[in-house]
Design a protein around this ligand. Structure first.
Ligand code: SAJ
Length: 426
């Protein structure tokens, strides 16, 4: 059977690769011509381990072909971005546009699956949108089990950096607009998913996805709140959390200079927008996490001598360790805030990138490798716990004032060997 994947980004492209790798004929669609051309040459435009080889193979054997508009197929997967507007509301423009773009090529028996993270109600809304454009077809919004086009929501939940393994191994929720819709979607996913498939309603599946990311945000906010408490009491938060986590039913996440990326810092707002009066905890977690870059800058300012010219080394710019993605990165926000401080020379290092991200350009910030940044600096701030930074010789940091926002040097490497008495179960 033939599958048409609309959107060849961080989710769509790996999905194309996996489907085609399992022998299905795949049509990849993207409105960006450059992406279409690149994929048709067997190349990729995103960074994801092992994806390049797989795309090269499935383009070479003719299983994946890219186009700039949807083509006839038996199943359609929509995987386009759902960004947030400036007033923190979900922007479903791309999802609506993608849905409209497939309407002309739909035929009886086809399946449409929305995978994009979406506010509750989106799957039903786009089905109505398509139904208006195709009055000749029966959709499950008006015709239930008698519909001749099937529609479902099934969110992606893969971790960037592990997309190819998580696409296959993670369980999935599948919310069909009818029972037949869920079953058809399950049949499609079972061609490559080894995890379990759980059938539910589209609205529940939509909220499930948002809930997963809000859960992580709230839990990171908890760790960040404990970090603030520890700072107030002059205690080491890394030690406190580490020891609390020895409890069999406690599993606290790690404090950080903030929460970045395109999902966890955004999806909670989609829940808040749906039920503003019922989400004080989720809203408060967002405030805690988005205030973290300012806390780091406040701590740095406290170390500065306002009368002298000083140099600060900022280590790491990506939004989490061992990736190159600097979108919505709290590390970038910290550096941006620092660039407003007079008399402070900033040297940034990001071992996974070749230079500064656009929003840091033209601000007099130098970009170099970690060791030479440290060498020139009075103050060193660790913003991302990249594995390269773990290998830095403590000697190099000896005479520096340090701010370790990830606990890499101040706890993970400084754990006292005599602070543990092994129990007899070992
Ligand atoms: N972070 C902390 N402390 C922690 C863990 C993470 O501050 O203990 C920060 C990271 O530094 C980073 C941010 O949170 O800035 C997000 O990183 P992440 O690794 O937690 O998650 P993402 O954004 O890469 O991917 C998430 C995943 N969701 C969950 O784990 C619930 C992934 O499974 C989703 O598919 C993805 O969002 C998505 O696309 O929605």
């Amino acid at each position: 059977s033939k599958v048409c994947v609309v959107g060849m980004g961080y989710i769509g492209l790996p999905t194309c690769a996996i489907l085609a790798g399992h022998g299905l004929d795949v049509i990849g669609v993207d409105i960006n011509e450059a992406v279409v051309e690149k994929v048709n040459r067997g190349e990729i435009h995103i960074v994801e381990p092992d994806l390049d080889g797989l795309i090269q193979k499935v383009v070479a054997n003719g299983k994946l072909k890219a186009f700039s508009t949807p083509q006839t197929a038996d199943a359609f997967i929509i995987a386009v971005p759902t960004p947030m507007t400036d007033d923190r509301k979900p922007d479903v423009t791309y999802v609506h546009a993608a849905a409209k773009s497939i309407a002309p090529v739909l035929k009886p028996g086809d399946l449409v699956v929305l995978e994009s993270t979406s506010p509750v109600g989106t799957t039903r809304a786009i089905t109505r949108l398509i139904a208006e454009l195709r009055p000749d077809l029966k959709f499950p919004v008006a015709h239930g089990e008698d519909a001749d086009v099937l529609v479902a929501y099934s969110p992606e939940r893969v971790l960037p950096g592990k997309v190819l393994t998580e696409l296959v191994n993670n369980d999935r929720s599948i919310g069909g607009l009818s029972r037949k819709s869920s079953q058809r979607a399950a049949a499609l996913y079972s061609t490559f998913v080894l995890g379990d498939l759980f059938l539910t309603s589209p609205e529940s599946a939509e909220l499930v996805k948002l809930t997963e990311n809000a859960f992580r945000d709230v839990n990171i906010a908890f760790a960040n709140e404990i970090a603030a408490v520890c700072q107030h009491l002059s205690l080491n938060v890394w030690e406190v959390i580490d020891l609390a986590n020895k409890h069999p039913r406690v599993n606290i996440l790690q404090p950080s200079p903030g929460v970045g990326g395109h999902c966890i810092a955004i999806d909670p707002y989609f829940i808040i927008d749906s039920a503003p009066d019922d989400t004080p905890l989720i809203a408060s977690a967002r405030r805690i996490n988005s205030g973290r870059p300012h806390t780091v800058v406040r701590d740095i300012k406290a170390l500065l001598d306002p009368t002298a010219k000083q140099t600060i080394a900022c280590l790491g710019l990506s939004f989490k360790p061992n990736i190159d993605d600097m979108r919505e990165s709290p590390a970038v926000e910290v550096v941006e805030l620092l660039s407003e401080i007079p008399n402070l020379k900033i040297i940034a290092a990001e071992p996974n990138a070749r230079g500064l991200p656009r929003q840091l350009e033209g601000k007099g910030i130098e970009f170099t490798d970690a060791l030479s940044a440290i060498d020139q600096a009075d103050i060193v701030v660790l913003l991302v716990d990249h594995r390269q930074f773990n290998l830095i010789d403590p000697e190099a940091l000896k005479d520096k004032r340090l701010i370790d926002t990830r606990g890499l040097w101040t706890w993970r490497k400084a754990r006292k060997p005599d602070a543990r008495i092994e129990g007899r179960k070992h």
